[in-house]
Design a protein around this ligand. Structure first.
Ligand SMILES: CC(=O)N[C@H]1[C@@H](OP(=O)(O)OP(=O)(O)OC[C@H]2O[C@@H](n3ccc(=O)[nH]c3=O)[C@H](O)[C@@H]2O)O[C@H](CO)[C@@H](O)[C@@H]1O
Length: 368
């Protein structure tokens, strides 16, 4: 039984969408439960959470250090304001549990919950775990992870429960083949030619945007249509106007399921939620991991590639020539795409929201 939950997570889409998917699962099972989310002043949560209809409380920003630093938790001026604000909200809504998904806002929430002796559950999707969640792990052993490889790859996650990634129901309930005609129509794409779906994650990826746009003519002359999501925080790019087949650019897709339904092949970064979605849906993908952030995106994508669900290319290797030599033949090879899609779907799962809820209920029951 859950009466009131506080969910903390923010920054980019990768931290917010799992939180929203989990909130939906709580609402399905406990329609009367109070759901409160904590966010930071500038993150994408300020658009995404109110749009999904949930109560967002913004607490003062707190700059995370680059490494785990517990002294910081004791430094009143840096941390006090944020954790005091989180604590006031936790008290006001009489939370049963705090569930954190990482990002700036999670640390003050973990600290405030620990001070009140409330159960804390951490959900982590990356290897190595993010700094906020690593700090949270000092306060709780209730750690859940998104992928089966994480406990083997990171010592700090070796005892974590693998629950999968909570994904939006628009994605977990998606029948790609059934939605495809509507999706193609929506974007003005043709049903007789393959579609390359390009997305650099929630903020977009400049390297990917520029490389694909520079290959636009070659793709079009090979009969490959492109559906290209620019990404929430990226500059526009130029695509030639007189192409013989559609090249559709959209700034950001709120209905990401339409993109997945239209896609024959995806070209994307290796953000954890993107990987969870492509594999849950069996979408074959070319992964171009973001080369920084501790190689976390390469670690996300590599197991899928090893399972045969996609291919991996380094950021610097993604040139218009590489696209011509590797992506064009792949996008036209229906048999190879089908095999890759099946392999990807064997790695993915769609029940992360339910599995995390079960884990949270166990944590609450243990604490009572
Ligand atoms: C550069 C960086 O540090 N990126 C991190 C960030 O990625 P990022 O925030 O890009 O997150 P992911 O790639 O994991 O997920 C992106 C999410 O945004 C959605 N989406 C994307 C574009 C769009 O137009 N519409 C839309 O809905 C996708 O469907 C997906 O649900 O968080 C991830 C999860 O912690 C990490 O693994 C990534 O390494």
């Amino acid at each position: 039984m859950l009466r009131s939950v506080v969910l903390a997570g923010g920054g980019t889409g990768g931290h917010i969408y799992p939180l929203l998917a989990f909130a939906d699962a709580v609402k399905r099972h406990f329609p009367d439960a109070r759901i409160t989310t904590l966010g930071s002043p500038k993150g994408m949560e300020n658009e995404l959470i109110p749009a999904a209809g949930y109560d967002l409380r913004v607490i003062p920003a707190f700059q995370l250090p680059r490494s785990v630093n517990l002294n910081l938790l004791r430094t009143p001026d840096r941390m006090y304001k944020s954790s005091h604000a989180a604590g006031k909200i936790i008290d006001e809504v009489q939370a049963d549990v705090v569930v954190g998904f990482g990002g700036y806002v999670s640390v003050p929430a973990y600290l405030a919950a620990w001070r009140r002796d409330l159960p804390i559950v951490i959900h982590e999707v990356n290897v190595p775990p993010g700094v906020a969640n690593r700090m949270g792990m000092k306060f709780t052993k209730n750690v859940a992870v998104g992928f089966p490889t994480q406990p083997q790859l990171a010592e700090s996650l070796k005892d974590a429960r693998v629950v999968g990634v909570p994904l939006r129901t628009a994605i977990t309930h998606l029948d790609r083949a059934a939605l495809r005609p509507q999706a193609l129509h929506h974007f003005g794409l043709r049903p007789d030619l393959p579609v390359l779906f390009v997305s650099g994650g929630s903020s977009g990826a400049r390297t990917i945007n520029l490389a694909v746009a520079a290959a636009a003519k070659r793709l079009a002359h090979a009969g490959i249509q492109v559906l290209h999501v620019q990404g929430g925080r990226n500059d526009p790019f130029e695509v030639p106007a007189d192409l013989p087949v559609p090249y559709v650019v959209v700034p950001y897709l709120s209905d990401m399921q339409l993109g997945y339904a239209a896609a024959d092949l995806m070209l994307c970064r290796g953000g954890a939620i993107t990987v969870a979605e492509t594999t849950a849906l069996g979408v074959p993908a070319v992964y171009v991991p973001y080369p920084f952030s501790n190689q976390e995106q390469e670690r996300n994508a590599r197991p899928v590639v090893e399972a045969g669900g996609g291919i991996l290319v380094g950021n610097a290797e993604l040139t218009p020539e590489w696209i011509e030599q590797q992506i064009i033949p792949l996008a036209r090879d229906r048999q190879r795409l089908a095999m890759m899609g099946t392999a990807a779907s064997h790695y993915g799962r769609r029940d992360g929201d339910e599995a995390l809820l079960e884990f949270v209920l166990e944590a609450v029951a243990k604490a009572r």
